[in-house]
Design a protein around this ligand. Structure first.
Ligand code: NAP
Length: 208
């Protein structure tokens, strides 16, 4: 019997590489918002990044699959990486909304810093019509530091944007890439299969 999905989490990120902070954030959001499932959505060609500075989508996808395999509530989507050209979140949400139908509520989860830029994304009002947003905050993050215009915009959608604290987000993908490049250990920062994958494919050894 197929499971009815009333609340679907969509964990958006570059995942270069995916790490325990992301996994703890997704699990925290799942439990706090009663999500039936969380789909990880590795980004394709994001509008705000130079594609030459991001590891290939297939490597990022594979690492995300390896990291999420053991959690029956997690899945990984190719919706962004199989799309040609620049991938905007509003288009990804439209596709997922069509796939799952009106009876499934969408919750887009990502880093709080990314969410604070949302007014500069394509069709920000449409984004909040299609999904609720959950910003996962790193230790030290404070909403008091959010610029006033952004705060006012967020106030327009009081029930649609939420923030959750994720102490494990002291881990960051940037730090992991730097550690690998410097020959330092990343043990216990990423799941073991991801660590093996990075080593086997010689990722992050030099600047991309
Ligand atoms: P980013 O700018 O690389 O990251 C911003 C911060 O958020 C970083 O500290 C990052 O830490 C953290 N972060 C990213 N994804 C996270 C997640 N799922 N959970 C917890 N922390 C996370 O962000 P990005 O990964 O490129 O973009 C985030 C999402 O926003 C993606 O789905 C992207 O497609 C979407 N986005 C859409 C638009 C648009 O439609 N115009 C524009 C920008 C972003 P780590 O490096 O450790 O992950």
């Amino acid at each position: 019997m197929t499971q009815v999905i009333r609340k679907l989490g969509i964990m958006g990120g570059t995942f270069d590489p995916v790490h325990y902070g992301h996994l703890v954030a997704a699990e925290g959001a799942r439990r706090e918002f009663g999500l039936d499932r969380v789909i990880f959505l590795p980004s394709g060609t994001p509008p705000h990044k130079d594609p030459r500075e991001v590891t290939s989508a297939e490597h990022r996808y594979m690492m995300t699959v390896l990291a999420t395999l053991s959690n029956p509530y997690f899945d990984v989507s190719r919706v962004d990486i199989d799309r040609e050209g620049v991938t905007y979140t509003v288009d990804s949400l439209r596709i997922l909304h069509e796939q799952y139908g009106d009876s499934t509520e969408l919750y887009f989860i990502t880093g709080a810093d990314a969410i604070l830029e949302i007014v500069s994304w394509k069709q920000p009002d449409k984004l909040l019509e299609l999904a609720q947003f959950i910003g996962a905050t790193r230790p030290g993050f404070s909403l008091d530091r959010v610029p006033k215009p952004m705060q006012e915009w967020l106030n327009k959608y009081p029930q649609r944007v939420h923030f959750i604290r994720v102490p494990a987000l002291a881990i960051s993908s940037t730090d992991i890439r730097e550690r690998v490049k410097a020959g330092d250990s990343i043990r216990y920062l990423v799941p073991e299969p991801v660590e093996h994958y990075i080593r086997r494919h010689n990722l992050y050894r030099q600047s991309i």
